[in-house]
Write a protein that binds this ligand. Sequence first.
Ligand code: SAM
Ligand code: SF4
Ligand code: SF4
Length: 344
Amino acid sequence: MNAVPHPDPHTDAHPRDVLGRPLRDLRLSVIEACNFRCPYCMPADRVPDDHGLDASSRLSFDEIERLVRGFVRIGVRKLRITGGEPLLRKRLPELIARLAVLDGLDDIALTTNGSLLAAHARALKEAGLHRLTVSLDTLDPAGFAASSGGRGALPDVLRGLDAAREAGFGRIKLNCVVQRGINDDQVLPLVAFAREQGHTMRFIEYMDVGTCNAWSLDRVVASAELRDTIHARWPLHPLGPHYRGEVATRYGFDDGAGEVGFVSSISAPFCGDCHRARVSADGRLYTCLFASEGTELRPWLGDEAIFVSRLASQWQARSDRYSEVRGPARATSGRRVEMFLVGG
Ligand code: SAM
Ligand code: SF4
Ligand code: SF4
C-alpha cells in the first residue's frame, strides 16, 4: 500500500513542495459557468454561453466531501469555494453544511459576484459559511453593466451585500480588479463605500491569467500607486499578515475605520509563500494559477489512502513560481488554465 501522510490533521508533518512550501489553502471551483462575462475573465466574444460542462461532469457533493477531507489530511486549513459563479451551483448551502463540519478545516469562505447573494445569504450563513468575498469593480451603474459584460446590475449586488450583513456576515471583503482607464476613477469611491458600510476593500492588480483577456501591462495599476492615492485621502499604516502566506498586503486606516488590502501579483509576486492549490469543478488539480495542465483527481477518490498518498506526491513534485519568473510584460504565450475554471 502507498504510504499515507500523518493522519493527525493538526500536526505539521505534512508534505512540502520542491521549494519547501506546505499546502494550506484550497480553492475549489464548484461550477465553471457564470452569469457574468467580465472582460478580464470570460469576455463574451471569446467564451460562448454554452461553454460549460455537462452537469454530470462536475464533482458530486459526495466526491467533493471526500476530496476536501483528503486535502485536510495533507495540510489544508482554509477552503475557498469559487467558480465560475458558485451561487449558480444548485443546493450549494447543503454542500457547505457538509464541509463546515469537517475536522481540521478552520475556515470556509466563498467568492461570488454577488448578483444572486440576496436570495442565498441567509442559507449560506446557516450552513456554516464563515466568510464572504464579493467582487465589486465599480459603483457606477453604467460601468458595472460594462464590467459584467452587459449581464449584471449594480443594485442586485448592493442588495446582496445588505442581505449578507443582515444574515450575520461581518466585514465582507470586496474585491476590485483595477484597470487603468477603465475603473481607476472608482478607487476612492469604493474605499469610501467600504468604510461607511464596514466592509474591507481589496484591490487586485489585473493579471495575465488565462488566454481570453487581452492583458497588457499598460492596463495594470500597481498597488503602490493605489496605496499612495488612498493614503493621501485617508492616512494608512501597515498591518502585519494574519498568517504566513496571506495574499493581500494589509493597511489600517489611521482613523480606525477598518482596513484595505492589496494583491500585487504583478508588481510584487509572492510565489515564495504560495501555499494554495486549486481544483476545477470537474476535479482537476492545478498547483498554480498559471498552470497549463491539471491532474485528474476523480479516479483516485474511491480510496482515501490512495487519494491522500497521490495528492501528497503531486504536491511534493510542485515547483511553480510563475509570477516570479515571468518577464515585465507577458512572459509566456502558451496554454494556461482559464480563471473561470479555477476561480481566482
Ligand atoms: N465569479 C466569482 C466572482 O467574480 O467573484 C468567483 C470567481 S472569479 C474568477 C474570482 C475572482 O477572480 C474575482 O474577484 C475576479 O475579479 C478575479 N479575477 C478574474 N479575472 C482576473 C484577472 N484577469 N486579474 C485579476 N483578477 C481577476
Ligand atoms: Fe464570472 Fe467571476 Fe469571471 Fe466575472 S470574474 S466572469 S463574475 S467568474
Ligand atoms: Fe502561486 Fe503560481 Fe501565483 Fe506564484 S504564480 S503565487 S506559484 S499561483
